[in-house]
Ligand binder design. Structure first.
Ligand SMILES: Nc1ncnc2c1ncn2[C@@H]1O[C@H](COP(=O)(O)OP(=O)(O)OP(=O)(O)O)[C@@H](O)[C@H]1O
Ligand SMILES: [Mg+2]
Length: 247
């Protein structure tokens, strides 16, 4: 997929570009991470892919086709998003996951939960997949809710998988296992991962550092550590704060 000279301002705020002339090609099967401080435009950028909003300038392309040329339903079939604040419903854990693909059978739901590293906590509940979740998911921890959102997105078996800050509550070991499983089981899927921690993204194929809606740097962890001042700054500040960069 591709962002071609994309700029974006929220409706009614034309003078405030939240995304400013972003160009980026993401290859099939690639894991691309987007890193950047709060409010820099990460969610706004990825939200243009399933057309939660439309670019104000430039083009977003999927399979070389402008997203605005797709029928909205078929576009959204191609893209699975685990949102920063995913809704958890007061139904069973299994039904919460099935929401990602109503046609999925029990084995597929289990498989998605395994990939999302959710199976362990699900099996520890007295009724497993049938355990009822209370309103808003209050009976689950933050990391458990995130893994349900991830299971849901994985279950959709889409071409493009987007995690919008959905691993922030996972410990680094669990997060690493998740990425390993994704790589193995969903090799051809294009993965876009938004995160705040360098530790979360250092194994991605490429990392984009977004700053004020612009691409400030792009490369592998090693490349950026060597060449990008802004990446070095983030690295040093997270290292100081015990970000556990080396796992
Ligand atoms: N629905 C909206 N209407 C108007 N402005 C918005 C809307 N959503 C976000 N913004 C603004 O757009 C800018 C980018 O926000 P965005 O949510 O994309 O940042 P982010 O990088 O995802 O931040 P975070 O890490 O906190 O999730 C911010 O200045 C924000 O206030
Ligand atoms: Mg965001």
């Amino acid at each position: 997929m591709e962002f071609r000279n994309v700029s974006f301002a929220y409706p009614g705020m034309k003078d405030e570009k939240v995304i400013d002339n972003v160009s980026l090609i993401i290859n099939p099967g690639e894991t691309l991470a987007i890193l950047g401080s709060t409010g820099c435009g990460k969610s706004s950028l990825v939200n243009l892919i399933p057309r939660f909003y439309d670019a104000t300038e430039g083009q977003v392309l999927v399979d070389d086709v402008d997203v605005r040329s797709f029928n909205l339903h078929s576009l959204r079939e191609k893209v699975a998003v685990a949102l920063q604040k995913s809704e958890i419903f007061s139904v069973s854990i299994g039904e919460n996951i099935r929401w990602g693909n109503p046609d999925a059978d029990e084995d597929e739901i289990k498989q998605a939960a395994c990939t999302a590293q959710a199976m362990e906590f699900i099996e520890s509940k007295p009724e497993g997949m049938d355990t009822q979740v209370t309103q808003g998911g209050n009976s689950l921890s933050g990391g458990q809710k995130q893994r349900l959102a991830i299971s849901r997105a994985v279950l959709k078996k889409a071409e493009i998988l987007i995690f919008d800050d959905t691993t922030s509550a996972l410990d680094l070991k669990t997060e690493a296992k998740l990425y390993e499983a994704l790589k193995k089981e969903h090799a051809s899927v294009t993965k876009i991962i938004i995160a705040q921690r360098i530790a979360s993204v250092k194994d991605a194929d490429r990392i984009v550092v977004l700053e004020n809606g612009k691409i400030a740097a792009c490369g592998t962890h090693e490349e950026l550590l060597f060449s990008s001042e802004i990446y070095q700054d983030i690295y040093n500040s997270q290292l100081k704060n015990g970000g556990g960069i080396n796992g």
